[in-house]
Design a binder for this molecule. Structure first.
Ligand SMILES: [Zn+2]
Ligand SMILES: [Zn+2]
Length: 123
C-alpha cells in the first residue's frame, strides 16, 4: 500500500504534527514559568518581636519566629537609612491604613525589598 492510495493521509499528518507542536509549546512554556517562579527562591523574613531575621521559602506572614516562637515573622525589607533588616507587619499596616512600610528602629520609610540572591551577612 503506497501513499498515493491514501491522499487524505498527508493533511491529517500535517494537522497532527501542528497539534503536537502546539502542545509541546504549551508544555515548555508552562514548565519555564514554573521554573522561574521557583528560581525566585527564598524570601527573607524578619521577626517584629525579636528582630531576628532568616530565610524561608514561605514569603507570606505571619509565621512563627524560629527564635522567639512569636507569630510575628513577616517578609522583611532593608532599611536604607540604618541598614537593618526589618520584618514588615502587613496586617497591621492594612489595619491602620498605612501604605508605606516604616523602619521600627529609625522611623525611616526609605525601605527596599531584599533580592533573593542577596547576602544577609553584615546586616
Ligand atoms: Zn522572634
Ligand atoms: Zn531604619
Amino acid at each position: 500500500m503506497s501513499k498515493q492510495d491514501r491522499p487524505w493521509l498527508q493533511p491529517v499528518l500535517v494537522a497532527a504534527s501542528i497539534v503536537v507542536l502546539a502542545i509541546a509549546v504549551v508544555v515548555v512554556f508552562r514548565s519555564t514559568a514554573g521554573n522561574s517562579r521557583s528560581v525566585v527562591g527564598e524570601a527573607v523574613l524578619g521577626c517584629t518581636a525579636c528582630d531576628y531575621f532568616y530565610r524561608s521559602d514561605n514569603r507570606r506572614g505571619p509565621l512563627n519566629c524560629p527564635k522567639c516562637d512569636a507569630r510575628a515573622a513577616w517578609p522583611a525589607m532593608l532599611c536604607r537609612k540604618c541598614n537593618r533588616v526589618v520584618g514588615i507587619d502587613r496586617m497591621m499596616m492594612r489595619r491602620e491604613g498605612i501604605s508605606d512600610a516604616t523602619c521600627p528602629h529609625c522611623g525611616s520609610t526609605d525601605l527596599r525589598t531584599i533580592r533573593s540572591s542577596e547576602s544577609l551577612e553584615g546586616f
